[in-house]
Design a protein around this ligand. Structure first.
Ligand code: LAC
Ligand code: ZN
Length: 484
């Protein structure tokens, strides 16, 4: 496409969204075509910012008519390059930030109908204003958007109790690659009428259409919360402790996060001198949260009882129990800072692994051995959602080596070593971060051809011209004699 043609496209798109919402100046466009870690770059003819589903449909129809690739974009907090154009072909970025209205909160149905561009923070606040709770909790809640959360089937720290995004969505409105609008905004908990169409758009990372609205589940507000930070001698102790917390607290257990010492150290340094919650250093830590509608005292007693039993069973070394909600929040800040602290440090090889819960300690031990054999001074930043069997296994460059050098030397080999071990454990190489472009070409090694072909069959049926977020999620099909 040459520039004259681009000018025609820009004029047409401007007619749909208005001049101020069709961004074309190279400097402005550049801020939308790079991911927030600065790793993935692409090109765009324009960034359009529609205000309604109808505008989205118009944009999509226009792009389809002219065979222009489209990249749906929410808060652009993806870690895997799913929300920016690929390098090769200039695309139109469709940014949802202006579509952020809350249409309805139905407290008795416990649902909210909301536009895709509302930030997760705004969604949680709108639920709270109606005395309800929306449980999805991830560190980027101030900038990530609910449409992106749905498109990536986001997980986070409350999955243990409430499930991931796939379980939190009851209905969707989607603009299909044809420009047609599918209104599936149903707030039903039971609907057994054949294929569950909404599920193919959840976690599709915008490759099958553009989610414009959703009906999401709400819950009663947990009025009390008890949080503890625990020191552990071994990762295996975390497993025993988790088991014990489940037995004692049952459904009150709302989070169980594992943190390695190097991960804690990195976070504390990033928080400028915040002190460790515990007086001594341990190889591992767990952040435990109970929450419910019970009295605070009851919940505190439950947590103490669980910790006492754990101590008697010698599976914890030390524990600090938050004595106020402010202190509880401080503990969560330490946990939530880990991700951004790695981004700022640079030189982190992000592996988002899940294995059967029972295998987590073994997986960590063997993966650590593999990584240290390849790159001996690596900082083993390992943390994550232990309760879900999901570890962020993110080897980080030593202080003495630059990010570029560490990644160039070890990035690919570490990813291969860790991901292939996850496959051996019958695990996943992307538990909650999706595929984007970063993990796409690994899929043929871990999925059968049959499974990949089903993915392409769905893609071709809905997006025959491959214009919706092309190059994301689906790998090229391997030769026929590949893994069956
Ligand atoms: C976290 C994100 C990176 O758990 O998934 O911090
Ligand atoms: Zn996570």
């Amino acid at each position: 496409m040459n520039n004259v043609v681009h000018t025609d496209h820009i004029l047409a798109l401007t007619r749909i969204v208005g001049q101020s919402n069709c961004l074309t100046s190279p400097d402005t466009v550049a801020t939308y075509t790079v991911d927030y870690r600065g790793i993935y770059h692409g090109e765009a003819i324009a960034v359009v910012r529609p205000d309604s589903t109808e505008q989205v449909a118009e944009i999509v129809k226009y792009c389809r008519l002219h065979s222009i690739p489209m990249v749906p974009q929410g808060g652009n907090t993806s870690l895997l390059g799913g929300a920016v154009p690929e390098e090769a072909v200039p695309a139109v970025v469709i940014n949802l930030a202006r579509m952020r209205r809350v249409h309805e909160v139905d407290p008795f149905n416990n649902t909210m109908t909301v536009e895709a561009g509302a930030t997760l923070h705004a969604v949680r606040a709108a639920a709270e204003a109606a005395d309800r709770f929306f449980p999805l909790r991830i560190g980027s809640e101030g900038s990530c958007q609910i449409g992106g959360n749905i498109s990536t089937n986001a997980g986070g720290t409350a999955v243990l109790r409430y499930g991931n995004m796939r379980e939190l969505v009851l209905g969707l409105e989607v603009v299909l690659p044809s420009g047609e609008i599918w209104n599936g905004l149903r707030g039903l908990r039971k609907d057994n009428t054949g294929y569950d169409i909404k599920q193919i758009f959840i976690g599709a990372e915008g490759t099958l259409g553009l989610i414009t609205k959703a009906v999401i589940k709400l819950f009663p507000v947990p009025t009390s919360r008890a949080v503890a930070f625990v020191g552990l001698a071994r990762a295996a102790d975390a497993l025993r402790l988790l088991e014990l917390c489940k037995a004692k607290a049952d459904t009150c257990l709302s989070a169980f996060e594992l943190i390695s010492q190097p991960a804690l150290e990195l976070s504390l340094a990033a928080l400028n001198g915040v002190r460790s919650p515990l007086a001594q250093v341990y190889p591992w830590y767990a952040l435990i949260e109970l929450s419910s509608g019970q009295e605070q005292e009851q919940l505190d007693a439950l947590l103490l009882e669980a910790l006492e039993t754990a101590s008697e069973a010698s599976c914890i070394e030390d524990a600090m129990v938050a004595t106020s909600q402010t202190q509880a929040q401080q503990l969560w800040t330490i946990r939530e800072e880990i991700s951004d602290a790695q981004t700022r440090t640079g030189g982190s090889v992000r592996c988002d692994i899940s294995v059967p819960l029972s295998k987590i300690p073994q997986f960590i031990e063997q993966a650590t051995e593999r990584v240290l054999a390849l790159a001996p001074n690596t900082r083993m930043v390992v943390y994550g959602h232990m309760g879900d069997g999901n570890v962020h296994f993110n080897p980080l460059r030593p202080d003495t080596q630059s990010a570029a050098e560490y990644l160039a030397t070890h990035g690919a080999e570490i990813t291969k070593a860790v991901d292939s071990l996850a496959a051996q454990f019958n695990g996943s190489i992307s538990a909650e971060h999706g595929i984007g472009v970063a993990k796409r070409d690994e899929l043929p090694h871990i999925k059968s051809r049959v499974e990949l072909e089903i993915g392409w069959a769905i893609k071709k049926a809905i997006d025959p011209e491959n214009l919706m977020n092309p190059g994301k999620v689906l790998p090229a099909l391997p030769e026929r004699d590949g893994k069956e």
